[in-house]
Ligand binder design. Sequence first.
Ligand code: C2E
Ligand code: CA
Ligand code: CA
Length: 473
Amino acid sequence: METAAGHAASAIHNVELVRELREEATVRARQALHDDVTDLPNSRGLAETLQRPLFSGSRLAVLTIRIDSLREVNETLGRAMGDELLQQAASRLSPLTEAGWCAKTATDEFTIVVRGGYDEAQGMAEQVIQAFDAPVQCADVALAITAGIGIVLAPDHGRETEILLRRASLAASRSRVEGTKVTTWAADRDPYDPQRLAIAADLRDAIPAGELQVHFQPQVDIESGLVTGAEALVRWRHPRLGELRPDQFIAAAEYTGAIDALTEHVLSVAAHTCAGWREQGWDLDVSVNLSARNLANVTFADMVESILDETGLDPAALTLELTESSIMTEAEGAMNTLAAIHDLGVSLSIDDFGTGYSSLAHLRKLPVSEIKIDKSFVFDLTTSHSDEAIVRSMVDLGHHLGLTVVVEGVETVEVRRRLAEMGADRIQGYLLSRPMPVTAFEQWIADRPVRMAELSTSEAETSAADRIADRER
Ligand code: C2E
Ligand code: CA
Ligand code: CA
């Protein structure tokens, strides 16, 4: 009897234990597929939901919404407030699509999936922007939600949730960097793209193998017509893929870190070539493009200095070009490097001027001596009133700040004439010449008026006279 009761009791106990274990397993399973804060599916949960439609080849648009304001809220108002912000964002987003198709895919990211292609994606992006229009009320504070949206399309951009999410997230980051609200993923801008990765791997050997070349595109003083210098532009003769343009490999070089070696190579060739020109009496300058990553490298200015030493190039003949965005993004370390470069006597130019968001106040603080107005404003200069007005005001602005104004992308005589009227200082573009290898550049220049080192003969005489005087002393 006792044993029977004992058995019964332990049987009941076992049943309870099993039930408890089952419940715990269900909770765990749910946790594994859900986000704690918002109770939405997480990326694994979303992957399960999407498995079947993706497998069957359904057209889906995946939108990743990066909440840019989260970090600030966490840092200034605390984590609890950040969580509240996310919960409220979740409750605005999840009604926009089918149940289970809105997920929280990273700390500061939501992902919404809709059926359809590009148009449906754009429509959903509009709805998301509207949903975040009004601020959310957390405790007593009204918080604005700012977000960048990245879009990928299945099956065009991928057939696996993991790849789709990674690409949508990358596109969302681009939105933030570029200040656009919505960005669609594009293979040619993705540093993780397989083709890019292959290129990135090859790039490491390209420099020692001598596959990187430097072409030169002339710059001319618009008033006198004298050639004043050239921009050095890198080219890659890839053994399998043929000649690659920088747009096809610079991003990969930045991503892998090969950009330091690349910049050093271009700089060294450019400085060496320019020093040679100057020895011939041509008073030419050379400009070299930098990447944001170069500025983050603490030894960068030392590298520039040693190249100047090796080649004997006058630092005043060298200009380093940086885009506005690269100066802005790496803000802290970048400022030190810029100052160190400036101290060497090397000039700095802001490339693609007008395409970034640098404020005038910020520009004034930089040791910059030149702006290069971006070619996108220049192509339609003579037909578009707004482009004409923009370029005119950039020329005035540059001069107002005491900067030299260079205009790139000059393709026609009319554009050159208009720029001359506006008072731009120097031009560069296909009207003069495309970028060319150094030998072609030197032939090109042979038939043209070149700025000459005016005092070279008398300087030579003086130094000869000095030497004689020194000997006689
Ligand atoms: P960028 O610095 O804006 O260089 C000017 C680009 O515009 C060059 O393209 C040049 O060939 C092109 N271009 C010049 N004049 C005209 C014109 O009249 N019409 C048109 N349609 N295009 C013109 P490229 O050589 O393909 O270089 C593309 C970009 O790659 C450069 O833009 C620069 O940002 C980057 N890059 C080039 N060389 C280097 C380098 O050595 N290092 C780094 N970090 N970036 C480089
Ligand atoms: Ca440039
Ligand atoms: Ca440019």
